[in-house]
Design a protein around this ligand. Structure first.
Ligand code: MG
Ligand code: MG
Length: 617
């Protein structure tokens, strides 16, 4: 199998699409009919453009409303096919993709449709062409690949084959098992798309919400496994209709498409020895925050209050190393480094360390996925860590047991730690990191993490901010020692949008630290003079009634502005600080009895409370 992408995935003109697709590393392309018709030039000129970019056309698509027609409608359908075959000759492709009919006059019946395809196969082969039949999930008579396969089987013509499109199959929840009985050489084309799981009609879901494999929630791996069992060896072609892609930079979309293709290829059983495995993550090693020296005070107060101790200072830069147990922060206020970032973005996260089994294996996996690896020399670093630059500009280093201690020892000079004996460590680990991203950045960074690391994706959900909707989605490793929350919004004044505006772009919006004792933590923060967001008081009687909480617990929650939730397993407590310079903030959480998730039930209230607290100043 080999990678391909349909022009419909990208924004722009055919010339822009072709250039981006070629630059991203693709060698094969599907030409979407609208892109050819709207091209400013002849079919021959379009073909020259495609060839000049080193691309080969795998199919012209879609050929709509062909089968099941009668009389004049049928004659016209065959005439249209003749025109397409002529154009395909000029485009240098021999495959026409026919999708199942939605024509109001079309009639059904497998045998009748098979006869139409037999005749089309004759016409195609007389022109040196082939046709492939796709069951649209909303096709009038054929909307299930098992039926389109039966049409192809009965058409019984060597120029007629099948299209499998992962979206159409998953959107109707069709069983995948029948795929394994289809001979691979009778599948002429495979189209790949992922999507969030939504309950809506198939057509709207498909036209607006498809995404690259790795960006959605469908079980693409199961699809690839059963596909591999057929012996299919043709194109794996992304076909994505997505409102965000329609307005995004075509180059970024093409680059993401390439990564997604590599991700698909890595799922094939026969690849397993040659492709580096997805990398297991086991949490966060450190978080680096850039801030000016004059703005360090609130960070020092906050970290000091919950038991962090300053361990070292950087040998060359103006930067500090703080630690509490296994949790480490770097506060970087070096004028040369921090100022260029800070002038633009303000205090914020510039880099993170991810705990991996092997940094070497992670680099190999990133290379295979087409994700550029940031080398220490590129960032003038004393350490030897490598990582990836996320689309929002943050660098995510991969750190294994052999590099972690060494990275800090080589870059930081240890300080004589005086407070260590008196500091009471209240923090266990980083619970999760939350990112506020523009929609294009959200899809791009979600994919970047999923193609390299072995992560599960939780269902997307909506957060009702008082100023609009925020879409939220979490990825995590199996034991949830690594959790990343993505937030994206189109509504201008939501909390997420305000962050992006103030930080001049997508980035890390909050850092959630896990504590074994939320009340001691809250008290310590309060005593340290750190402001937390105020939770509207009406929340607490409601909470008490919902969960039957004791008066004393409720009073305590209210006193410290702590949010509370329960799931089938356990209990979750959350406390939020006020944002620093209106941007980055901290969350403190306590999990009891293996509570799952990040407190989605309270997210809407947190958004409201943040707005109220910001207004109150
Ligand atoms: Mg399709
Ligand atoms: Mg959070």
């Amino acid at each position: 199998m080999y990678a391909s992408i349909a022009t419909v995935c990208l924004s722009g003109t055919l010339s822009e699409k072709v250039a981006a697709i070629a630059a991203a590393g693709f060698k094969h392309i599907e030409i979407f009919e609208n892109d050819l018709i709207s091209f400013d030039g002849s079919v021959k000129e379009a073909s020259a453009l495609i060839q000049d970019n080193g691309l080969q056309v795998v199919t012209l698509q879609p050929f709509r409303d062909f089968e099941g027609l009668q009389q004049r409608d049928r004659v016209l359908a065959f005439d249209r096919a003749k025109l397409k075959f002529e154009q395909m000759h000029e485009l240098g492709t021999e495959l026409l993709m026919v999708c199942s009919s939605t024509h109001p006059n079309s009639v059904g019946g497998i045998t009748r449709l098979a006869d139409d395809f037999n005749e089309l196969g004759e016409l195609a082969s007389s022109c040196g062409m082939r046709v492939a039949y796709e069951a649209l999930a909303w096709g009038k008579h054929i909307n299930d690949y098992r039926d389109s396969w039966e049409v192809v089987r009965q058409a019984n013509h060597r120029a007629v084959g099948l299209v499998l499109d992962s979206f159409h199959i998953f959107s109707r929840g069709t069983d995948l098992n029948a795929i394994q009985n289809i001979p691979g050489n009778q599948i002429f084309l495979v189209q790949t798309a992922d999507a969030p799981k939504l309950s809506m009609d198939h057509l709207s879901w498909s036209r607006h919400y498809r995404s690259f494999p790795g960006q959605g929630e469908l079980n693409i791996e199961a699809f690839m496994n059963v596909l591999a069992s057929t012996g299919y060896d043709g194109p794996l072609s992304h076909e994505i209709f997505n409102d965000i892609f329609r307005r995004s930079d075509p180059m970024q979309t093409a680059v993401d498409g390439y990564r997604s293709s590599q991700y698909l290829l890595s799922m094939l059983p026969q690849q397993q020895n040659s492709v580096p495995e997805p990398v297991p993550l086991s949490g966060f090693d450190f978080v680096e925050i850039a801030t000016q020296a004059k703005h360090q005070k609130p960070l020092h107060a906050l970290l000091g209050a919950v038991g962090f101790v300053k361990q070292g200072k950087h040998r060359e830069m103006q930067a500090e190393h703080w630690r509490c147990g296994d949790v480490q922060f770097v506060l970087n206020s070096d004028p040369e480094f921090a100022n260029q970032f800070l002038e633009k973005r303000g205090t914020g996260v510039v880099a993170l360390g991810l705990k991996v089994d092997s940094a070497y294996a992670t680099t190999k996996r990133a290379n295979f996925m087409g994700v550029p690896v940031v080398e220490p020399a590129q960032v003038n670093a004393l350490h030897s860590m490598v990582g990836m630059e996320n689309v929002d500009g943050t660098v995510w280093y991969w750190v294994d047991a052999s590099t972690s201690q060494h990275a800090f020892d080589s870059a930081f000079e240890s300080l004589k730690v005086e407070d260590e004996k008196t500091a009471i460590p209240l923090i266990d680990r980083v619970d999760h990191i939350s990112l506020s991203q523009s929609y294009p950045d959200f899809l791009s960074s979600l994919l970047g993490f999923r193609v390299i690391f072995d992560l599960d994706i939780a269902p997307a959900f909506d957060v009702f901010d008082p100023q609009g909707l925020i879409q939220s989605q979490v990825v995590h490793n199996r034991d949830r020692s690594f959790q990343l929350a993505f937030n994206a919004t189109d509504a201008k004044n939501t909390h997420s949008a305000r962050f992006i505006e103030r930080a001049k772009g997508s980035g890390v919006q909050h850092i959630a630290l896990a504590t074994p004792d939320i009340f001691s933590c809250a008290e310590a923060i309060q005593n340290g003079g750190v402001d937390c967001i105020r939770i509207p008081q009406n929340y607490y009687p409601d909470l008490q009634a919902r969960f039957g909480l004791e008066d004393a617990l409720c009073q305590k929650l209210m006193r410290f502005n702590i949010l509370y939730d329960q799931d089938d397993n356990g209990v979750f407590y959350q406390l939020y600080t006020m944002p620093i310079e209106g941007r980055l903030f901290f969350e403190f959480v306590q999990r009891e009895n293996n509570y799952q998730g990040l407190g989605a039930a309270n997210a809407w209230l947190r958004a409201s409370a943040q707005q109220l607290s910001e207004v109150a100043g």
